[in-house]
Write a protein that binds this ligand. Sequence first.
Ligand code: UDP
Length: 449
Amino acid sequence: MEGKVPIPHVLIFPFSFQGHMNSMLKLAELLCPAHFYITFLYSDHNHKRLLRFTDAEARFRRWPKFHFETITDGLPADDPRSVERIFEMFDASESIIRALFRDLVISLSRPQQEIPPLSCIIADGIIPFAIDVADEFKIPIISFRTVSACSFWAYFCIPKLIAAGELPFQGDMDVLIKGVPGMEGFLRRRDLPSFCRAAEFNGPVFQSLLRSTLDTTRASGFILNSFEDLEGPILSEIRSHLPNLNCTTWLDSRPSNSVVYVSFGSVALVGRETLLEFWYGLVRSGTHFLWVVRPDSITGGEIDPEIPGELLEATKERGCIVGWSPQEEVLAHPAVGGFLTHSGWNSTLESIFAGVPMICWPCLADQQTNSRFVCEVWRVGVDMKDTCDRGTVERMVRDVMKRRKEELMGSVQKLAKLARISIGEGGSSRSNLDRLIQDIRSMTPSCPP
Ligand code: UDP
């Protein structure tokens, strides 16, 4: 490896259709000049075609950190691989390719002599298992959809169309579709992706495509093969509906310390009524807010469809609601000035380390005690334990973001400095870590100290 500077290692994995491979190979070629290690994983079948009909091999030879790797597409060599066989391709994807891909991710994640461990996956957004595997090994994944932004957006809106009764349809194909934002007025039934013409939606290909499309929100990033001047309005719709892919971009446009970040961790549940109280409180505090509402976190199903207009308007103006966020990155962002948290210990430490004062709404277990220390002992936040009416939320957000801002910021910044000192050379946490390493060595027979 070159010096000690870590070099990114990106695994690029298109679905086995030719068009998907072409556009992802172009992306790989664009990344090569950045001198990343790139492993391009594609089907044996496409590999043979590429060697036979293109100069790709010669073109990539000038990038020594680029490697082709092949995998089966699960079909026999003489299969015509026509569109009628699409079911078999999706089926093979789950039953054969998932395990092979997982094995490859494991092997690439191990440091090897010349090759750095895998640091990022860019996978075709229609590969149904790629995000699961990336999540399992905690490798950041970027989803690449090789279709147009407009057709992706139509796919993405399918659940909404079903809920609104616009899908499935029968009869007149020229009826206008209302439920795809940005396409009202010209998109007809006949213009929806062809899978939408089915009488019912239980087919495995439809289900797989739909699941993969909705799963896009779980990725750390999203790439579309298009450009702003061609599909700008639709790209804006996608950005506004997939904000968790863009929440740090949203923060970039906010003034320093102006945003309260709201998240209740990875497991806490919030009832619908409580959610509304938080929402009113946040809106009425007049502060900008970035709020993580995990889709699985609302008891009693989804957010009430009858959301008061007042909340929607204010959220459009000052808020951003996402399904998940890169929390440490968010807390470190200069725009973030407060954290409304459930006082989970990781969240508390992350907030202290980032120097962000807290509004605590503890839910269970250790959180009740953590929040008391935050408020009473360390004095880096306020505690709204056992209450969650809109008035309290509004008051406490104002306290942290305005009235007691200087005082709380001052104390949390001091703690943040101490946290940094503790992990630096000679700091207490660093020394304890060194001791732990020694202890583990001493427990291992014949290991040098
Ligand atoms: N987290 C995150 N993004 C989110 C919500 C949570 O990255 O949108 C992370 C957060 O940074 C923390 C962990 O999930 O590291 C939550 O752990 P914590 O102990 O705070 O709460 P728990 O989820 O165990 O209740």
